[in-house]
Design a protein around this ligand. Structure first.
Ligand code: EPU
Length: 363
């Protein structure tokens, strides 16, 4: 089935991976198969591992930058479905197969009046990706309600259940990110009954809801508010709007050590003026998280800034989203990313690291 696309038995013409990424970028794979059942998913990966064939496990393609040359190997697209609510020790536990669309899952929990996922509304991609990079938004991270995952351990070929505590979940990362050692087959989340959200922590969201930080609000109201905020930032997919042809935030927010911070703030003051209010948030280990979007803006790359050739641009709604204006290549996008990364580094001495997974390409 070399160069073909389809489920295992149904071959069809080769297609570029751009049709499977939210950036709409990336060349073809040597082989493309969809796995609709978890056993099939595990078997396809095991089979490739046994023969030494390269494998790319593809979810929603919302956090993926694929080279223009494509992927020399087998792409296994996760298309598994299923979710189940159980009562475990008096709490509601939701089990979801990796291939379920994340926002459909969130919408269903909200519809059932169950809290904990509402702040994670409108995030593109599939459920299996949420533990990998500890998906987070509006003051909430998956680490807070993830119970465990079932994963295929590619070294042993076995399926194991791993508790959330053993996944090394940190800001936008886990032991599963940037390695191909395991494939998430399903994940379990702890939900709260009673129709109320988790306490609202993100100041911007509290303002939008008209409540004080710490308040609990009706879950459906929170979902609507989060969707409004995300839409205004171009962070909800819309095929008509090129500002959403992105991989979400292209860079993680930089976390600087306590001894580095004064130097960075000095450079910012020298550039932006001494009175400027620099967005900064306390991070683990006495470190400080800065805002990549703000630094990019202040380094001279405003909303809508065009990349070399004009085929890419920063989103017109948020400087942290690098977008394809319709006719871009992956190289075009990487050229813009390098321009922004280097500009922020030379202006403020801060290194920005890419957040999406880069497949057979690099910055
Ligand atoms: N800002 C600018 N210019 C802009 C946009 C924002 O200066 O064009 C400033 C804002 O004024 C604000 C700061 O940047 O002070 C932070 O902006 P925002 O609240 O939008 O959050 P963010 O740190 O840029 C993060 C996540 C998003 C998540 C939002 C909301 C990362 C890398 N990104 O963005 O996640 O939706 O918070 O919680 O942590 C993603 O990971 O793909 C993603 C979209």
């Amino acid at each position: 089935m070399s160069g073909t696309e389809g489920t295992r038995d149904g071959a069809s013409a080769p297609r570029p991976l751009s049709g499977h990424t939210t950036l709409r970028l990336g060349g073809p794979a040597t082989e493309f198969v969809s796995a609709e059942h978890p056993d099939q998913l595990a078997e396809l990966v095991r089979e490739s591992d046994a023969t030494g064939q390269r494998v790319l496990v593809l979810g929603g393609g919302s956090n993926l930058v694929v080279a223009d040359e494509g992927f020399d190997g087998r792409v296994v697209r996760i298309a598994t479905r299923g979710r189940r609510y159980d009562i475990v020790d008096g709490f509601v536990q939701l089990t979801v197969e990796a291939g379920e669309d994340w926002d459909v899952v969130v919408a269903d929990t909200v519809h059932q009046g169950l809290g904990n996922l509402e702040c994670l509304s409108g995030i593109p991609g599939l459920t299996g990706a949420t533990p990998v990079q500890n998906v987070g938004a509006y003051g909430v991270e998956i680490s807070e309600m993830l119970v465990s995952v079932d994963l295929l351990d590619r070294h042993s070929g076995r399926i194991r259940t791993v508790l959330a505590d053993d996944l090394g979940l940190v800001y936008r990362g886990s032991v599963l990110k940037h390695t191909a050692d395991a494939v998430v087959l399903r994940a379990r989340y702890l939900l709260r009954d009673g129709g109320q959200s988790a306490p609202i922590r993100y100041a911007e969201l509290a303002r939008e809801l008209g409540v004080q930080p710490g308040a609990r609000v009706d879950v459906a109201e929170v979902r609507e508010a989060v969707l409004r905020l995300r839409r205004a930032k171009g962070m909800v997919l819309d095929p008509e709007d090129h500002d959403t042809w992105s991989a979400g935030s292209f860079f993680t927010n930089p976390v600087v050590d306590a001894d580095e911070l004064p130097g960075v703030l000095e450079l910012i003051a020298a550039h932006a003026g001494p009175d400027v209010k620099v967005p900064q948030y306390p991070a683990a280990g006495g470190r400080t998280k800065l805002s990549a979007a703000w630094l990019i803006d202040r380094a001279g790359f405003g909303k809508g800034h065009s990349g070399p050739g004009g085929r890419t641009a920063l989103s017109g709604k948020h400087t942290l989203a690098l977008t394809n204006r319709g006719a871009a290549s992956t190289e075009d996008l990487l050229a813009l990313a390098r321009e922004v990364r280097d500009g922020v580094s030379s202006t403020f001495g801060v290194s920005l690291a890419p957040e999406p997974v880069l497949v057979d390409c690099s910055l």
